[in-house]
Design a protein. Structure first.
Length: 145
């Protein structure tokens, strides 16, 4: 991640941020089940694998499977914020995300957002107001999935 902050003419502040993220998760699971065990607290299957019921040999193993899995995600992101005298603010974010579990036609998506704000309490006309010490008006838009 990289971040750049600057002030110019004492009234303007700008912050720009950019970064990336990659995550890979792998898992391996083993599931095994047994029936007709001597008790309910089985940590390993030590029972006979088969038994005879009504003259027929049946299995005591109710379930046995293994599974391997992997998920991957990757993101590129950028953000900026600007303010003038800490009164008027604008900011935006761009995020480009990919996730292996999404449908093939939707593996990647772009998520932009933008916001603007006004610190009304920093205006000269606000000094007379003793009841409300801070007031900010803010609007934003974001694209959701």
């Amino acid at each position: 991640m990289l971040q750049y902050d600057t002030d110019f003419n004492k009234d303007h502040r700008l912050t720009v941020l950019a970064g990336m993220n990659f995550t890979r998760n792998t898992n391996h699971s083993k599931d095994m089940g047994s029936q007709r065990a001597t008790n309910d607290y089985i940590y390993t299957i030590e029972e006979n694998p088969t038994t005879t019921i009504d003259g027929k040999v049946v299995t005591n193993v109710g379930d046995f499977r293994t599974a391997l899995g992997e998920t991957r995600s990757a993101s590129l992101f950028g953000q900026f914020s600007y303010d003038y005298k800490a009164k008027y603010m604008v900011g935006g974010t761009l995020r480009y995300d990919g996730f292996s579990n999404f449908a093939p036609e939707n593996k990647y998506a772009l998520f932009p957002s933008i916001s603007a704000g006004w610190n009304i309490d920093r205006e000269n006309f606000w000094n007379a107001n003793k009841t409300i010490s801070a007031l900010k008006l803010r609007a934003s838009w974001v694209k959701r999935a």
